[in-house]
Design a protein around this ligand. Structure first.
Ligand code: ATP
Ligand code: MN
Length: 463
C-alpha cells in the first residue's frame, strides 16, 4: 500500500498500484448500477481523482451513499485505467473511511459559484475552490522560480529586518511597532518619551529591504531579499495591499541598463516557468478569468520590452488625444490611466520607463547629468500597471547628501547608508517586484486580494 497524492494517482504510471489516497470530496454521483463516483481533491493538482466506490463496500449504504461535498475521506484501492474523459486513471476503492463529514446545510461551498468577494469572507475555506487552489499553486511556482532565477546566477539571499527604526525609507507610510501602553503614554513634558519604548526609539514595520540590501550588495556583490513588506497607505485599490511580499535584487557595479536587463530576464523567467510548470492551472485562468493571459505571457517571453524615457512617454500621452482624468504634463507622477494607455493601447506590451523627474523620486536614485532627472525605472505591464520599481543608486557622497537635504531628511539618521559612499563606493542598482502584482498579472485575477492567502487591507485583517 503506497500513500500517494491525487496528482501521482492520476498518472498512467500509477496503474496497477495498491494505494492510499486522502482528500476532500468535490462531488459524489451515484450510478443506477449500484456504485458511486467520487471526485477527490487534495490540492496536489488542479484536476481531481475519480474514486469508484462499489456497492460491495461494507459501509456503502450506511456512509458512502451519504457522502457530501467538503467531507474528508481516506480511500484504499487499486489504480485502474479509466475510460472517463480527461483522466487516464481512477481508483477502485476496496476500503473507504469517512474522516470528517461536512453538513450540507451549513457548509458554505456548495456547487453553485460564489463571487470572489463572498469567498474573501471565507478565506479559511476558499483554498478548497478551483480558483484558490490554482492561485496557490501558481504563487508557489512563482516563489520557487524567483529563488531559482537568482540562485542559479550566484545571488545571495539576504534576510533583511522586518522591524526598522529608519522612519523614512522614502517608500510610503509606515506601521508603528511599539510596546508602550497606548492608554497611558509616558510623557516628557508634552511629548511622548520614546526612550521608554521597546527599542529606545520609534520603530516601524519595513516598507522595503533595499537600504539594507545595498549594504550587502556593496560587500558581497549580487544579493536579493524576498520578504513581507508593509505599507500603511489608505489605498483601497485592486493593486494595493497593506502587507505584501517583495523581491528586491541589488547588484554592485550594475548601472541602469544592466538593471533593466536583469528585470526583463527575471520577469520572462517567472512567466515562462508559470506557463511550463502550471499548465492546468493556467488553462483554468485563461478559460475563466482572462481569455488572453496565456497568449499574452507567451508573447512577452519572446519579445524585447520597450524602453523609453519618462519625457518621451509624456510626449506620447500628450499627443494621444485621450481624455485623461489627470491631465498630463512633464513633471507629473503617472497615474494608472496613463500607464494603462501606454501598455494596453500604445505599445500593447510591457514598457520600461526610465529617467524620471528628480522631484518625483526618492533621494537615493542617481541624479543624471541634466540635473533634472534621476536614473529611476518602472516596469509597466498591461492591466496591472507598475509591477517593478527600481533605480541606479546615487553612489556620490556629495550628491546624495544634497539630495537628502532637498527632501528634508537628516543625514545623521542615515550615517550607515552614507558610510557605504565613504568607504569603497561603487555604482550599483536594484529594483523591487511585488510578488502579488506578478501573480495577478500571470493569472489574470483582477483583484490583488485574491492572490494572497489572507489579504490585509485598510479596515480588514480577518484570519
Ligand atoms: P504604486 O505606485 O503602485 O503604489 P510604489 O511606486 O509605491 O507602487 P515601490 O515602492 O516602487 O511601489 O515598490 C516596488 C514594487 O512593490 C511595486 O512596483 C509593486 O510591484 C509592489 N508594491 C508596492 N506597493 C504595493 C502595495 N501596497 N501592495 C502590493 N504591491 C505593492
Ligand atoms: Mn514605484
Amino acid at each position: 500500500m503506497e500513500k500517494i497524492s491525487v496528482k501521482a494517482a492520476r498518472l498512467a504510471e500509477a496503474i496497477g498500484k495498491q494505494v492510499l489516497v486522502r482528500g476532500w470530496i468535490r462531488t459524489r454521483r451515484d450510478s443506477k448500477g449500484g456504485f458511486s463516483f467520487i471526485e477527490l481533491n487534495d490540492g496536489s493538482s488542479f484536476a481531481s481523482l475519480q474514486i469508484v466506490a462499489d456497492g460491495s463496500l461494507s459501509n456503502y449504504e450506511s456512509e458512502v451513499k451519504h457522502l457530501t461535498a467538503g467531507s474528508s475521506i481516506a480511500v484504499e484501492g487499486e489504480v485502474k485505467a479509466s475510460g472517463g474523459r480527461g483522466q487516464a486513471t481512477e481508483v477502485l476503492a476496496t476500503k473507504l473511511t469517512l474522516l470528517g463529514g461536512a453538513d450540507p446545510e451549513t457548509y458554505p461551498l456548495q456547487k453553485k459559484q460564489h463571487s470572489l468577494e463572498k469567498l474573501r469572507e471565507w478565506a479559511h475555506l476558499r483554498p478548497r475552490t478551483n480558483t484558490f487552489g490554482a492561485v496557490t499553486r501558481v504563487r508557489n511556482c512563482v516563489s520557487r522560480s524567483i529563488h531559482n532565477f537568482f540562485q542559479e546566477d550566484g545571488f545571495l539571499y539576504i534576510h533583511t529586518p522586518i522591524i526598522t527604526a529608519s522612519d523614512c525609507e522614502g517608500a510610503g507610510a509606515m506601521f508603528r511597532v511599539t510596546t508602550l501602553d497606548l492608554e497611558k503614554l509616558p510623557r516628557d513634558g508634552s511629548k511622548i518619551n520614546h526612550a521608554l519604548d521597546f527599542f529606545g526609539k520609534p520603530a516601524y514595520l519595513t516598507v522595503s529591504g533595499q537600504l539594507e540590501g545595498e549594504i550587502f550588495a556593496c560587500s558581497l556583490g549580487k544579493v536579493y531579499t524576498f520578504g513581507p513588506t508593509f505599507r500603511a497607505e489608505n489605498s483601497n485599490t485592486s493593486r494595493h495591499l497593506s502587507e505584501f511580499w517583495m523581491v528586491e535584487p541589488e547588484v554592485a557595479f550594475n548601472e541602469l541598463t544592466d538593471n533593466m536587463d536583469l528585470a526583463e530576464q527575471f520577469l520572462k523567467r517567472i512567466f515562462k516557468d508559470a506557463l511550463e510548470q502550471c499548465p492546468e492551472d493556467m488553462a483554468f485562468f485563461n478559460e475563466h478569468y482572462d481569455k488572453t493571459t496565456i497568449e499574452t505571457l507567451q508573447k512577452i517571453v519572446v519579445t524585447d520590452f520597450r524602453r523609453l524615457p519618462y519625457t518621451e512617454a509624456v510626449e506620447i500621452l500628450e499627443k494621444s488625444g485621450e481624455k485623461f482624468e489627470f491631465p498630463v504634463k512633464w513633471g507629473i507622477d503617472l497615474q494608472s490611466e496613463h500607464e494603462r494607455y501606454l501598455t494596453e493601447k500604445h505599445f500593447q506590451g510591457p514598457v520600461i520607463l526610465y529617467d524620471y523627474p528628480r522631484t518625483l523620486k526618492p533621494f537615493y536614485m542617481r541624479v543624471n547629468d541634466d540635473d533634472k532627472t534621476v536614473r529611476a525605472m518602472d516596469v509597466l505591464v498591461p492591466k496591472v500597471g507598475e509591477i517593478i520599481g527600481g533605480s541606479q543608486r546615487e553612489e556620490r557622497l556629495d550628491v546624495l547628501t544634497q539630495r537628502m537635504g532637498e527632501q528634508h531628511l537628516n543625514p545623521d539618521d542615515y550615517w550607515w547608508y552614507l558610510d557605504l559612499r565613504r568607504f569603497g563606493t561603487v555604482p550599483h542598482a536594484g529594483f523591487g517586484l511585488g510578488l502579488e502584482r506578478a501573480v495577478q498579472f500571470i493569472t489574470g485575477m483582477a483583484n490583488i486580494r485574491d492572490v494572497i492567502p489572507f489579504p490585509r487591507t485598510p479596515g480588514s485583517a480577518e484570519f
